[in-house]
Design a protein around this ligand. Structure first.
Ligand code: 5AD
Length: 351
C-alpha cells in the first residue's frame, strides 16, 4: 500500500509523463481517496481547458435498431432476452431524427445499434450517402459493432467520419467472462486497429465496475488505451439489467467512474471524453460531475420518443420519456452549472 504522498506523486508523474507503469496504475486506482480525486480533477480540468476552453460538444445519438445477434452477458438487448421489444427505425425515421437534431443545433449524428443483420453493408452505405448528402456540414459517427476491414472501409468511403467501438475490457479472460464464447477481446481490438488504419476518428472505452473487474483490469484498460491512442474514450458505470445473467450484480460506482475519467484526461489531454448517459443514470448530477472530472462531450438522445424505452441496455436509463428538444434544453442548463457551455460545432478531435 502506498501512502497519500506517494499516490499524489503518481498523479504528478501521470500529469508530466502522460503514462504510468501497470503496477503504478493499479496502486493509484486501488489507493484512491476523496482528497486524491479532488487533486486529480483539478489537474484534469486544467488540461481540458488548455485544449478545449469551456466548450462541451454535443452529439445526437440515434439508436436505430435494438436487434442484435450477440449475447453479451451485461446487455439488455442481448439476443436471448426474449422480453426485449425489438424495433428498427426506417430510413425515413432516421432522416427525421437528423432533421430534428439539425434544427436543435446538432452537427454530429451518431448511428448506434445492435449488430442487426437487416442493416447490411449495402443498406448502411445507402443510409450514409443519404445523410451526408443532406447534411454535408455534419459529422457522421457509426456505432454498429464488429465488422470486417472491408465493411469498415466501405462505410468510410461512403462518408462516415467516426466510429465508436468500446473494447469493453482489455483483459482477455475478463473479456471472456462478460461475453458469449463466440466473442473475444483479440477480434475486438483488431477491429479498433483497423478503424484507425482506415482513417476514422476512433472511439473506444470500457465499463467501470463490470462483474469480476479488478484494479489490475482497469490498469490494463489504461495501457491499452494509451497504445491505441484513440480520438475518443467512452466510459460509464456498469448498470445491471433485470433480464440479463448479471441482473443481481452490483452497479459500478459514480466515484470510481469519475476517477477513471480524470485519469483518462491526464493521460490523453486532447481526447474527446463523454460524460455518458450511464453516468447520468447512476446519479442525478452524474454528467455534471463528469464534466468537472475532465469530460467534454455529451450525447443526448435523438431517437423517436416512441422507441426510447426499448433501447434498454441497462435499467432506469434517463431521458427515455423526453422529446429531443427537452433533452437539449435540460442539458444546456446542467452543463452551464459546471461553468462550461454547449457548443454546436462538429467538434472534431484535436489529436
Ligand atoms: N451497463 C452499462 N453499460 C452498458 N453497455 C451495455 N450494457 C451495459 C450495461 N448493462 C455499454 C457497453 C456498450 C455500450 C453501447 O453500452 O459498453 O459498448
Amino acid at each position: 500500500m502506498k501512502n497519500h504522498m506517494e499516490l499524489q506523486q503518481l498523479i504528478d508523474k501521470l500529469h508530466k509523463e502522460r503514462s504510468l507503469l501497470k503496477e503504478e496504475w493499479t496502486a493509484l486506482i486501488s489507493g484512491r481517496t476523496p482528497e486524491l480525486s479532488e487533486y486529480l480533477f483539478l489537474l484534469a480540468r486544467e488540461e481540458r481547458k488548455r485544449y478545449y476552453g469551456t466548450d462541451v460538444y454535443i452529439r445526437g445519438l440515434i439508436e436505430f435498431t435494438n436487434y442484435c445477434r450477440n449475447d453479451c452477458l451485461y446487455c439488455g438487448i442481448r439476443k436471448s432476452n426474449s422480453h426485449a421489444r425489438r424495433y428498427r427505425l426506417s430510413e425515413e425515421d432516421i432522416l427525421s431524427c437528423c432533421r430534428t437534431g439539425y434544427s436543435l443545433g446538432f452537427r454530429t449524428f451518431v448511428l448506434q445499434g445492435g449488430e442487426d443483420g437487416y442493416y447490411t453493408d449495402e443498406r448502411m452505405v445507402h443510409l450514409i450517402h443519404l445523410i451526408k448528402r443532406q447534411y454535408p456540414d455534419c459529422a457522421l459517427t457509426l456505432s454498429i459493432g464488429e465488422k470486417s476491414f472491408e465493411s469498415y472501409k466501405r462505410f468510410f468511403d461512403a462518408g462516415a467520419d467516426r466510429y465508436l467501438l468500446r473494447h469493453e475490457t482489455a483483459d482477455f479472460s475478463h473479456y471472456k467472462s462478460l461475453h458469449p464464447p463466440a466473442l473475444c477481446a483479440e477480434t475486438r481490438q483488431e477491429c479498433l486497429w483497423n478503424l484507425k488504419k482506415i482513417g476514422y476518428q476512433t472511439g473506444t472505452g470500457f465499463m467501470v465496475g463490470s462483474p469480476h473487474q479488478t484494479a489490475e483490469h482497469l490498469a490494463e484498460d489504461m495501457l491499452f488505451i494509451k497504445r491505441l491512442n484513440p480520438h475518443m474514450a467512452g466510459i460509464g458505470p456498469f448498470i445491471p439489467h433485470h433480464d440479463t445473467p448479471f441482473s443481481g450484480e452490483p452497479a459500478g460506482t459514480l466515484e470510481l467512474t469519475l476517477f477513471m475519467l480524470g485519469l483518462l484526461r491526464l493521460m490523453l489531454p486532447k481526447v474527446l471524453l463523454p460524460a455518458t448517459t450511464a453516468l447520468g443514470t447512476i446519479a442525478g448530477n452524474g454528467r455534471e460531475l463528469g464534466i468537472l472530472a475532465g469530460a467534454n462531450v455529451v450525447m443526448p438522445n435523438l431517437s423517436p420518443a416512441g422507441v426510447r424505452r426499448d433501447y434498454s441496455l441497462y435499467d432506469n436509463k434517463i431521458c427515455t420519456g423526453d422529446e429531443a428538444a427537452e433533452c437539449r434544453t435540460h442539458l444546456e442548463k446542467r452543463i452551464a452549472s459546471t461553468g462550461c457551455r454547449i457548443v454546436t460545432a462538429r467538434g472534431d478531435s484535436k489529436i
